[in-house]
Write a protein that binds this ligand. Structure first.
Ligand SMILES: C[S@@+](CC[C@H](N)C(=O)[O-])C[C@H]1O[C@@H](n2cnc3c(N)ncnc32)[C@H](O)[C@@H]1O
Length: 197
């Protein structure tokens, strides 16, 4: 597989255990920032009644498309170009779940806001926004390793960084997405589950 990520391979099974609690037959999942497509390929194969739409920025699409063509199942659609910097062309789609793993801390705060607002507009009634990754609580990192990770992220890109759970949850509430669960995951990550009301 091109662009293979050992981390994505490790966390895919624990994430599936969480996702499967929130997805029903025929649900349409829209994934933001699919990267190599490892999660998309694994989740779609494990949940054959779900329709999975992967996406990423234009620069990632050739690799993502190749991996999906090679390893994908019929319920996994060809990836869409989707950039949080320019969302206008996608405003009208409706999905039952918006899933983004390890995206909130990579993109800037303003693009994180775009992600949440867009999820609020694209989700069907009672649909879920599921965010996987590290978060801070009450301004504190959950572990020293997450603080070190934040330092490393900001040294590469000062606009990136581990986001605050409270900040995300407040923005989500403004987009009519209410927190319904916060799952602690392996490797000091969280799965935050918000539901469209
Ligand atoms: C750390 S990778 C996560 C990949 C995969 N979801 C995973 O967990 O292994 C972050 C992803 O966010 C995507 N990304 C970065 N900027 C973006 C933007 N402006 N709009 C959409 N996706 C973006 C990157 O291309 C990359 O695939």
């Amino acid at each position: 597989m091109q662009g293979y990520s050992p981390a994505a391979d490790k966390n895919k099974s624990p994430i599936l255990s969480v996702l499967s609690n929130y997805l029903r037959d025929a649900d349409r999942v829209f994934e933001i920032g699919s990267g190599s497509g490892q999660h998309a390929i694994y989740m779609a194969a494990s949940l054959p009644t779900i329709g999975w739409q992967p996406s990423d920025c234009a620069s990632v699409l050739p690799l993502l498309t190749k991996n999906i063509e090679t390893y994908g199942t019929p319920n996994l659609s060809p990836p869409w170009e989707f950039n949080l910097e320019s969302l206008s062309s996608l405003e009208k789609i409706e999905v039952d779940c918006v899933y983004a793993a390890n995206v909130m801390h990579i993109v800037s705060k303003s693009l994180s806001e775009n992600l949440i607002r867009w999820a609020g507009s694209a989700l069907s009634q009672n649909g879920y926004m599921i965010l996987y990754g590290p978060f801070t609580y009450d301004g504190q990192f959950t572990t020293q390793s997450n603080q070190d990770f934040d330092f490393w992220l900001k040294s590469r890109d000062p606009n990136s960084g581990v986001r605050s759970y409270e900040w995300v949850t407040e923005l989500a509430a403004a987009a009519k997405l209410n927190l319904v669960n916060d799952h602690a995951m392996p490797a000091n990550n969280q799965c935050l589950i918000y539901q469209r009301t």
